[in-house]
Design a protein around this ligand. Structure first.
Ligand code: BYC
Length: 313
């Protein structure tokens, strides 16, 4: 048997046995590249996702709300860091990953290209966006690449707190006066469909799903996860008296799931190709923050180099 085929057999055997692939294991080049693509885009989403929420930090209605939101946004930065570090174990440098984001070669979740217009949007982001992220990430806890799977376990614990803080904002608004309820409904109306788009195109249209499922990078299809999200979120809207903005939404007794209306895939394509309401603003803010942090990176490098010199002396 040639060395190449025995390495491939070893890899295939580990995948079949549900064992994790670790950074020093041999892996097919296409598996490595696909992981770098998905994991770096996931990291970028966590970091860019801080922007719509950061927009409300200085206008949170109480000190308590402000501290909770601040803690949540800091968690998102942490998620980005775990994921960038996990991606670096595949041989991609942080600089390459950030360059790809800035040059538009790497995507980030479409949802973060929508504006956060009112305080209720902060509730809707936690409830719906973090809610959708958990559904996706629970399945990714079983992904085949060890560092990614372990990052997901930790991230999921924090995401459930995020989802609850968002839902709790919606509960409070819905228990308020008519204007507050209307604000909550308006946020749900604007964030519902983009949240469904977070799961990506239908399985038949998904460029990467089939191969990612064979490699067990993805453990569930985009449509299965989207359905799970709809099924768990509709009753949550009912409890607080909000209406999901979908005339075709109804419980299907035979399927044991909610049927729901068609997603506007043209809007999705527009947003992921850079033409959503806030794409330019999100990237410009990220570039500026990155440039402003140049002195910190230079200081860390100088400090590390000095430590190395002292160790050699
Ligand atoms: N947005 O073949 P497909 C958070 C792209 S952040 C943009 O199905 P795949 C939070 C896709 O990349 C959590 N692009 O792709 C943070 C591909 O294009 P490329 C974010 C999308 O990878 C702060 C093309 O469309 N979670 O929780 O098999 C505050 C074809 O798609 C999207 C993750 O990132 C999209 N929605 O499946 C609050 C989860 N959907 O790369 C909250 C990790 C698809 O060929 N990622 N595209 O140029 C995944 O699970 C998968 O990558 C996806 C897509 C399910 C998203």
């Amino acid at each position: 048997m040639s060395e190449a085929s025995s390495l491939q057999d070893f890899f295939d055997g580990k995948i079949a046995a549900e064992e994790k692939i670790e950074p020093k294991d041999w892996m097919p080049e296409a598996y490595r590249k696909n992981l770098i693509r998905q994991m770096s885009q996931h990291a970028h989403s966590e970091v860019i996702g801080m922007q719509p929420e950061g927009n409300w930090l200085s206008r949170a209605p109480t000190l308590e709300r402000k501290s909770v939101l601040l803690a949540k946004i800091q968690d998102e930065a942490g998620h980005g860091l775990y994921l960038y570090s996990a991606t670096e174990t595949l041989g991609a440098s942080r600089e390459e990953l950030i360059d790809a984001l800035h040059e538009g070669r790497a995507k980030y979740a479409s949802i973060f290209n929508y504006p956060s217009l009112t305080w209720a949007d902060i509730g809707a982001i936690g409830w719906l966006v973090d809610g959708a992220a958990i559904v996706n990430q629970i399945s990714l806890q079983r992904t085949s690449y060890g560092p990614y799977a372990r990052a997901m376990v930790r991230i999921c614990k924090e995401e459930s707190f995020h989802q609850r803080q968002g839902y709790q904002i919606m509960v409070a608004l819905c228990a308020g006066d008519d204007a507050q309820k209307a604000m909550a409904q308006d946020a749900l109306d604007r964030w519902w469909w983009p949240s469904l788009m977070m799961f990506g195109p239908h399985d038949g249209e998904s460029a990467h799903s089939a191969q990612s499922m064979v490699w067990k990078i993805k453990r569930a299809g985009n449509d299965e996860l989207r359905q799970k999200f709809v099924d768990q979120t509709v009753p949550q809207a009912d409890i607080i008296g909000l209406r999901i903005p979908d005339a075709d939404l109804k419980w299907n007794e035979t399927r044991g799931h909610y049927d729901f209306g068609a997603i506007d895939w043209e809007e999705f394509s527009r947003v992921i190709s850079g033409n959503g309401p806030c794409n330019r603003q999100r990237l410009a803010t990220h570039r500026q923050a990155h440039d402003n942090g140049a002195w910190v990176r230079a200081a860390v490098q100088a400090y590390t180099a000095r430590q190395g010199e002292q160790a050699d002396e």
